[in-house]
Design a protein around this ligand. Sequence first.
Ligand code: NAD
Ligand code: TYD
Length: 351
Amino acid sequence: MKKYILITGGAGFIGSHVVRRFVKNYPDYQIINLDLLTYAGNLENLKDIDTLPNYTFVKGDITDSDFVNKLFETYPIEGVVHLAAESHVDRSITDPASFIRTNIFGTFNLIHAAKEHWKGAMEGKRFYHISTDEVYGSLGATGLFTETTSYDPQSPYSASKASSDHLVRAYHNTFHLPVVISNCSNNYGPNQFPEKLIPLCIHNLQHNKPIPVYGKGENIRDWLYVEDHASAIDVIFHNGVNGETYNIGGINEWTNIDLIRALCDVVDQQLGRAQGTSRQLITFVKDRAGHDLRYAIDSSKIQRELGWKPSLQFEEGLAKTVAWYLKNSEWLENVSSGAYEKYYEKQYHQR
Ligand code: NAD
Ligand code: TYD
């Protein structure tokens, strides 16, 4: 009997890497990818695996409780890896309501459906909620987020993720739902929507457009290559302990301005431009409202207890990422123009 695993948000940036990894590494699993295909979801991200027999795509909305319940009735789902979310801080400032709907109500629908359908048969089941380090708030110059750091979210995005984390923990405490949670730092790599810093910069540099640096560029983020996040998710899904939280990070802190300068140099090198050309496009713009100063993760728990650590050095990851976007400039143009919707029509509407 195949084991049915539901992955939500699998057409998005991180989700597509997780779906590919699970489909390829676990032929005994039937992977159900549930995604609404919002602006951030793109089936082109998965076209290399979408005809494999252990992969099924379902278009649907996690905020629709009838739909979510029907999904649990249709498939004998034994595991959930929940990534579907509104994920961009800037959008949460202009449109917080969609973050409340998807990240809070959507997570509630999923976890409640899992509880109802797994009632009396929790053995072997697992609900894995993917979260962010942003729930811990903003650090000063020193210190690291550990799994016991108090929640102190500062943006509508991080507040909605914090709320969903609390709900998931509450379902573990109250109903003994077998859950695990992980909180990860900033991801980078192929297939990231070009509203986020790194793909946005690469896209603009390709078109000789200004690179918008918020404030003075002094904010610090810890960056992790997306496939390293996918490998951590694999390890936690299979070996994590129910009720536990795991922090995931790259041990790789950069101020935005230093990161952008490094990125400019990699782009110049790969495009054969004179060194320093791209840096001239750096432009300081108005700061983000409530901009968190610093995120930094202590990932010693997952390293010690589950034997995971990042595999890629940042220089290598950045070079791979730039090379991917330059090679896949069509992907970048398509997601920017919305033309990928045509791919969806062609690929799935006639089936
Ligand atoms: P993303 O925005 O690229 O993808 C989100 C996916 O969810 C998209 O495919 C979208 O279509 C889908 N989705 C949105 N609303 C939906 C709904 N109502 N029903 C079904 N599907 C819906 O996001 P991402 O960067 O890949 O992040 C994935 C998860 O990882 C999120 O939960 C995010 O909070 C978390 N996370 C992200 C980062 C990061 O650096 N990107 C870091 C830590 C944690
Ligand atoms: P982002 O990729 O949006 O991730 P997050 O806000 O979740 O950390 O932004 C990363 C950092 O880069 C953050 O400090 C905001 C900054 N930033 C810019 O300076 N300019 C930009 O155009 C964007 C999108 C982000």
